[in-house]
Each structure stands twice: as C-alpha cells, then as structure tokens.
Design a protein around this ligand. Structure first.
Ligand code: FES
Length: 302
C-alpha cells in the first residue's frame, strides 16, 4: 500500500509511531481483539501506547482505517505494521569539515579511544545529531573497523557500512537519535569497554540481556538506548543487537584527509534519521562548510 500518495508529513510520522508500537513486543497489537472490537480496541490501544488521541487523530484514524470498510481495515493495519521507510541517498550531501568550538579542525589523532563522553555534532541538518566515536579493544587500542554488510531487520534489506576512518581505521559516526522512538543522548549513548557492566545508575542502565547479547557477539562495547532497551553494534555499522528497534542507526559517512588528519562528514547511509522521511528533509541544513563537534557530557557517574 502506498501511504505516501495521500499522507501529510505529520500523518506519516504518526503512522510510523503506530508501526513501532505494533512491532514492539511490550506493546504488541492484538489482531484478534481488533477484529472483534474494532475501534473500541484500537483507539484505547493507540492512547495507551502511541499518545493522546485527540479529535484530529481520531478522525484521521477513523478515516484511514474504518472509512474503507471493516474487511479492508485489517489489511491497512498490516500495511501500517510493515511501514517501510526509504533508504537515504547520498546525492545532495555537502562535505563538511568537523571543527571544535573554536572553529579549529578536529584531528583524527586527537579523538580519544573508548571515550565515555558523549561527543556530538549536527549533520547534515541542524536537528540531526551524530555520535563521533573512536573505537578500541578492551585494552584501549584502536580497532581497525572493516567494511561490512548491515541488515535492516524491519524489511530484511542490506546496505554496506564502509568501515572506520583515520590512521587506525577506528573512527566512526552514527546518528545519535534512536531508531525505535527517537530518544536522544544521554538516554542513548556509547558504552565503552570499561563500562560494559550492569548495576550502573541512570542514564547508564545497561540491562543484563543487552550485556549478554554484546558478549555473545564478542563486542567490546555497544550503543544502548535506555528508553526501551534497543542496542546497536558500533563496530559493525550500528547494526541491531537487541530490539525493540527494527532499524540500525544511520551511518554518517566520514572522510579522512591523511595529509592534514582532518575529518569531514560527507553523507549518510542506511535508513533515514528517525523522525525524517529522508535524512535531507525535515530541518535546516547546517550552515557553512563545517559542523561543530561538542563534548556534551560524561553520562557515567559510577
Ligand atoms: S527510543 Fe525506544 S529503545 Fe530507544
């Protein structure tokens, strides 16, 4: 079903939220109850799991789902459940130098390995924040990160993560907005090897299942979202390790100039940044030819 032909952008976002709730094991949609009770089941479900259903939302839902007849309603909800988002292209991205707060170019060799501090910059739009990570092993040595195929669990498609950059090929960058329901740092952040343990306090709530999944995959660290437990593999393109997310974090493409040791953001690979129908729409382009990297905080207090 082609929703895009008749939906406004707000409607699209709303349907994406519904899709996320339906696929979340904790808020699983009960098809049988929906068929038996119709809107008496659907509307309270949406109110409980997606957000308030005001009169505008109520009319929208009734128009989309029930306005076409009861038999077709189930297939519409199947389409919502499987709502796909288009892959981002790289055609219109601009190349931006990464600079610090003084405007000085960030040198790849100065990016700390296994840094627990949340390091962010905006690219390519001002409301699209990204992690900048220099990944290492448990001894703090930079790890060379190879190109690898990343699977999007939501639809089974794949794309190629280009690997790390810098002299050690250990520097990567990912969208810092969780692909489940859009949580941002500090709720989502990198757990370096020295913090791969449970029992830490919020916002470092690493649950045992995420730790176990990381250990099973032999990962020194992970990106974890405290909001609902999504876990991503930063060593392999921010692939999904544990849900509820069904989409990897988009990879922000970095270019390293070996003659200057400078870093540039040049594009995005994978699904669009959360909340955007495309990574290049739904915000204002970062101005100029550079984007400022900021060390926002160290979330680890223990
Ligand atoms: S927003 Fe739900 S796990 Fe991140």
């Amino acid at each position: 079903m082609e929703f895009g032909s008749f939906l406004g952008i707000e409607d699209f976002y709303y349907l994406r939220k519904i899709s996320g709730a339906m696929k979340n094991p904790r808020t699983r949609f009960n098809d049988t109850m929906f068929i038996e009770e119709g809107e008496d089941y659907l509307l309270p479900y949406l109110a409980d799991n997606v957000g308030p259903v005001d009169e505008t939302r109520r009319k929208f839902i009734k128009g989309v789902v029930f306005g076409i007849g009861a038999i077709a309603a189930a297939s519409v909800l199947d389409a919502v459940r499987g709502l796909q988002v288009p892959l981002a292209g790289e055609n219109a991205y601009v190349k931006m130098l990464l600079v610090d707060s003084t405007g000085t170019a960030v040198k790849a060799s100065s990016v700390p390995v296994n840094n627990p501090v949340i390091v962010l910059y905006e690219y390519p739009l001002t409301n699209e924040i990204n992690f900048l990570l220099n990944l290492g092993d448990t001894s703090g040595n930079p790890l060379a990160l190879a190109s690898t195929s990343v699977t999007i669990p939501e639809n089974g498609s794949t794309y190629t993560f280009p690997g790390g950059v810098g002299a050690n090929k250990s520097i990567v960058s990912y969208s810092a907005i969780c692909q489940h329901l859009g949580c941002k740092p500090p709720n989502i952040h990198y757990y370096p090897p020295q913090y791969m343990k449970t029992g830490l306090t919020f916002p470092d709530f690493l649950p045992p299942d995420a730790l176990a999944a990381a250990q099973k995959a032999n990962l020194p660290g992970i990106i974890h979202c405290d909001c609902h437990g999504s876990t991503y593999d930063p060593y392999h393109g921010a692939a999904v390790i544990t849900g509820p997310t069904q989409r990897p974090l988009p990879s922000t493409v970095l270019e390293w100039d070996s003659s200057t040791d400078q870093l540039y953001a040049t594009g995005s690979i994978g699904v669009p940044v959360y909340g955007h129908t495309s990574t290049l729409s739904g915000g204002t382009t970062v101005s100029g030819t550079s984007s400022t990297v900021s060390n926002s905080s160290n979330p680890f207090t223990s």
